[in-house]
Design a protein around this ligand. Sequence first.
Ligand code: ADP
Ligand code: GLC
Length: 475
Amino acid sequence: MTVKALSVASEVFPLVKTGGLADVAGALPAALKPHGVETVTLIPGYPAVMRELSRGEVVRTYTDVIGAPMRAIRGNARGIDVIALDAPALYARDGGPYADPAGRDWPDNWRRYAALGIAAADLARTQGFDIVHAHDWQGAMAPVYLRFSDGAKPKALVTIHNMAFPGRFEASIFPALKLPPAAYAIDGVEFYGGVGFLKGGLWAADAVTTVSPTYAEEILKPEFGMGFEGLIAARRKSVFGIVNGIDTAIWNPAADPALASIFDVETLELRAENRSAVETAFGLTGDGPIFCVVSRLTLQKGMDVLADVADALVETGGRLALLGSGDPALEAAFRTAALRHPGRIGVKIGYDEKLSHRMQGGADAILIPSRFEPCGLTQLCGLRYGCVPIAARTGGLADTIIDANAAALSAGVATGILFDGVATESLARAIRRAVEIFADAPAWRALQVQGMTADVSWSASAKAYAGLYARLIKG
Ligand code: ADP
Ligand code: GLC
């Protein structure tokens, strides 16, 4: 039997991407196919989506979705089966999906993503879908609108990619959502005196997943639960952790057009050419291990701690190549660090997909000192590309990296370095450990080889999602 799934996502690679959510929404449909799941992705009709849409067929026309006319157009966009929501008043804007070109959140984001939820619930019911799989707060109103609609309903699953973004708005928007008054309640969308989109979704969904088993446990604690810990505890039997994979066709060092030299585990020496390319790109000179960073520059990612440790990194003999953007103060801190250490620290502020591949293919290690990390994808790319991950032991990082402690090293199973507690001393110590192991070339090579042979694909996790879909549909 084929299962028909409607994936509801606010970003999907390669159409629109601000982070890992896009990678997951982009890769999961193809990975689910062998398990008998046919996915259509429902996505707002941002300019980047409408431009790429081909073979479009209008499947539904709405005169008024919270004040905006909208057409649902089914088609294909860069290989993805989509239903794009053509609603120029909501989505035809310059800038990113959530913010204007100056980086300020659109003031009507609540309207834009409530509209996504309304359309999702209607399309799920009228277009023959068996299950709605909604992602993060932007998709989370889909199960809420399903809950408050009449007639037969498909099942609904919400995946939490990041609890730090609750999609909470003023209570005054509630009437415009056109939900029954009873929905403004604990059993509904009410969240700490306002309207919580993620809250509503977590309450309404038949099941909830998050993107790693460790994060699924962590969010029961106030430090990680961001105010949702009570709700998560109440729904505990329906909350599951399924770790992300990466698209191993896009992330394949043996056939990556972005690399100066392709390589695999048998030809690791060919990596040297990519390493030189990283040195050139970041103006690095001399020798010593090259640590790289590909990240949003935020507190979640521990980038403030890394900025504090930059001098120590150089003192221990390391070099740093950083690509990222985000918090202006952190951007400035890294720019200053690069000025202090010419030839040892190179920084590029911005977003560059191709360069991120080159860095994974050429740097020696990737630093991920996250305070919390629901899953994290850059460590998976690092493992696949022989770029050894050095990461905080939290969330998906803890689930996907095997620390190079003495036992793991001697058993030949280590794939990276994990450290506890994101603080300058613990990160500096992890960097020192890396520099020491790097000096022992066979030991470092063993880490790379072990990482490159780890399974970072979607295969096991797609099977887990397909199994969960089937269980929910069966009831
Ligand atoms: P998050 O979604 O929390 O930002 P993830 O590790 O799950 O973190 O996913 C981040 C994704 O975005 C990865 O695919 C990573 O390679 C990419 N990425 C992050 N910053 C940049 C950047 N400055 N340039 C290119 N790619 C980036
Ligand atoms: C979020 C999380 C990240 C996760 C990604 C994809 O952005 O911060 O840890 O990998 O979603 O699930």
